[in-house]
Design a protein around this ligand. Sequence first.
Ligand code: ADP
Ligand code: ADP
Length: 225
Amino acid sequence: MIQITNMYKRYKMGDNVINALNDVSLHIKRHEFVAIIGPSGSGKSTLMNMLGCLDTPTEGTYILDGDEVSRLKDDRLAEIRNKKIGFIFQGFNLLQKLTAIENVELPLIYQGVGTKERYRRCSEALENVGLGDRINHRPNELSGGQQQRVAIARALASQPPILLADEPTGNLDSKSGVEIMRIMKELHAGGNTIVLITHDNNVAMQAKRVVRIQDGQIIEDREVE
Ligand code: ADP
Ligand code: ADP
């Protein structure tokens, strides 16, 4: 599903070069649940940008679901990103004026999915995250944990092959964080492929495999019991 091989990302800062990713190779199979963990400045966001087709590497290859994406131009990259990746962010990124289901429907409107099919898929996605009875609530009428569940439903509704979650519990109290991780585990059990980026060891340990990054390099890659 994900095959990153000998990837480098360098940033030029005046005369200095920062090796944000320094020879990273990472293979992730379909139906895996992987946490990428590392301290601040270790290269997590840079790797997330690569995985999510938000940026391209300086060197190395990235094959995503059969497509070589490391040398693509922005417009092609965006096309693949929209088709293959469901993003879940720390900040939820919901539109406040829209109800839960309208937020979930938005990407499908852009994809040209018809009204009936859209409603079916989005109400089902909201059911799947336990918000079947909240579909007409607006974000400010929902708790933080519920807002993140709306964001997860939005990612699910497009049925992407990969869910990419960037610090999904970062803005939540610990109880809501546990709830979100429970949903992640359910989604994994239901067949989803999940890659989660975090600095929090307790969050990472909920995944099935933990990849530890430090100074732009993978220093540990192991299964969780
Ligand atoms: P993390 O997400 O783990 O905090 P980042 O991927 O953001 O780490 O950063 C890795 C390294 O690359 C850091 O040294 C950071 O300062 C540097 N870096 C990240 N983005 C840029 C950028 N756009 N320009 C210059 N340096 C950057
Ligand atoms: P949780 O226990 O999941 O953190 P809260 O205690 O924040 O949830 O909220 C309990 C219930 O009250 C939730 O089901 C939510 O729908 C509702 N609720 C929370 N905040 C608001 C609000 N600002 N307006 C209306 N309903 C709200």
